[in-house]
Design a protein around this ligand. Structure first.
Ligand code: ZN
Length: 246
């Protein structure tokens, strides 16, 4: 469940990210009024098996049945975990088109929610992983392997901090560095870790250990890069940044 909005006194409008049909928004009638109908299982970030009908007339599909598969309830008992999950859910909700199957992104999201729920990996590290994999699967991975202009490889650069140009979507060597466009600087250490995450599988990527500086650097970079491509700053990200204490 990605999103839940009240609709009148009785109903809920719910956006699901489904394995088979991608993003779907359905109306759950009487879900607010009757606890019997859906037995209180329509909670954000939970994984459900759902049955819905599209009907003949125009309008939202109607949720008929829902059974709980994974509650992921520890996420909702922590404000910080809820804030991270809300940010990831908003990225999916804003980026994905309705009705388009996205199996790899579905699996990524469910895997990340499971890790967030299990409390074994730091939330910040999981968010680096989620954003890096999400943007890569969306075909917008940052170019971190070589200078975006002259294509010299990052390992061959002498500088310890490398310029990243947001408009070009990649790193620039000192010789090609831009003076005008929006940019930041990344240490070679975090560049290597992000490249490793981009190319490695999820199970291995979850074992990557970040220093506290690298965590901060990686998050600051991705939380700028991802909204830059989205074309707006998600509200959930602002909230996350307000409650997160470094
Ligand atoms: Zn260059």
């Amino acid at each position: 469940m990605l999103r839940k909005v009240d609709f009148g006194d009785y109903d809920l409008v719910i956006t699901f990210f489904t394995l088979q049909e991608g993003k779907i928004t359905a109306i759950a009638k009487s879900a607010k009024k009757s606890t019997k109908r859906f037995a209180g299982i329509l909670e954000l970030f939970s994984v459900l098996n759902v049955v819905y009908s599209t009907g003949r007339r125009k309008g939202l599909p109607v949720l008929q049945e829902a059974t709980l598969k994974y509650p992921f309830s520890s996420i909702r008992t922590s404000m910080l975990k809820t804030a991270y999950a809300s940010y990831w859910a908003q990225l999916i909700n804003e980026w994905m088109e309705s009705g388009q199957k996205q199996v790899e992104i579905y699996e990524l999201f469910q895997y990340m929610l499971r890790k967030l729920d299990s409390c074994q990996t730091s939330e910040a590290a999981l968010s680096i992983l989620f954003q890096m994999k999400f943007i890569t699967l969306s075909g917008l991975a940052p170019n971190l392997g070589q200078c975006s202009v002259c294509h010299i490889e990052v390992e061959k650069l002498k500088e310890t901090r490398v310029q990243f140009d947001f408009a070009k979507g990649g790193i620039l060597c000192d010789g090609c560095a831009s003076k005008t466009s929006r940019k930041t600087f990344l240490s070679k250490g975090i560049i290597k870790q992000l490249l490793w995450i981009e190319k490695g599988d999820l199970v291995k990527a979850v074992r990557v250990r970040f220093s506290s500086d690298a965590l901060k650097e990686g998050l600051e970079f991705l939380e700028t890069f991802v909204p830059y491509h989205l074309g707006k700053e998600p509200r959930s990200l602002k909230f996350l940044q307000q409650i997160r204490k470094w």
